[in-house]
Design a protein around this ligand. Structure first.
Ligand code: HEC
Length: 180
């Protein structure tokens, strides 16, 4: 009797266990099914607009520290540099998507587009880590790599005049005008 009751109870426990495992597995499965399919992003602005409103603005905040009296003086100044270096690194990924401009899809498909964008990301990340360690010399060095990354891509891809006529309007330091 005792052993029978025991058997029944253990059978019940077993059933609960199996049920539990099934629920767990179902849960795992459901999670797998819910994994997002890699999204296909559609850019909403042109490369020209992205350059002027984001890339160029963020870069000039970094380059400006080389101007007389513009070196970061306090914590807020350093954080400002960190923010803009981060923006620039993020923009580097977005550049690789291309944009809504007529020539943009063609540029993205060309060899060299990605490597140039990655060079910009690398320089921006170097700026970020230099800013985080509050190292002015290192920021200036990374700034140099940043200019080189802009120029590298512009030499290969940038038309004489902005394709959509969007140019940066604000006056910036002379030394980096070459990036345009
Ligand atoms: C992966 C390639 C690539 C990189 C990297 C790149 N650019 Fe550009 N940039 C372009 C292209 C292409 C255009 C032209 C877009 C157009 O006219 O439609 C452009 C246009 C511009 C323009 C507007 C056009 C003008 O003549 O005023 C500015 C400003 C600009 N870039 C700044 C920068 C800066 C600053 C950097 C570096 C921090 C940079 N770009 C890095 C490809 C790049």
């Amino acid at each position: 009797m005792t052993s029978k009751r025991f058997d029944r109870r253990s059978a019940g426990t077993m059933a609960i266990c199996i049920g539990g495992i099934a629920v767990l597995l179902a849960g795992c499965n459901a999670n797998v099914e819910k994994q997002p399919v890699p999204p296909t992003f559609a850019p909403v602005v042109s490369v020209n607009a992205l350059m002027v409103t984001w890339v160029d603005n963020a870069s000039h905040v970094l380059w400006d520290i080389e101007k007389e009296g513009f070196a970061p003086k306090n914590e807020a100044d350093w954080l400002e540099l960190e923010d803009h270096a981060t923006q620039l690194a993020a923009a580097g990924s977005l550049i690789q998507l291309g944009g809504t401009g007529q020539a943009d899809p063609g540029w993205v498909r060309q060899i060299g587009w990605k490597t140039n964008a990655e060079a910009m990301i690398a320089a921006a990340l170097a700026d970020l880590s230099a800013a985080k360690s509050r190292n002015l010399e290192a920021v200036i060095k990374a700034n140099g790599d940043l200019v080189a990354s802009c120029e590298g891509c512009h030499k290969a891809f940038k038309p004489e005049l902005p394709s959509e006529g969007i140019s940066h309007q604000r006056p910036h330091s002379e030394s980096h005008e070459a990036t345009r």
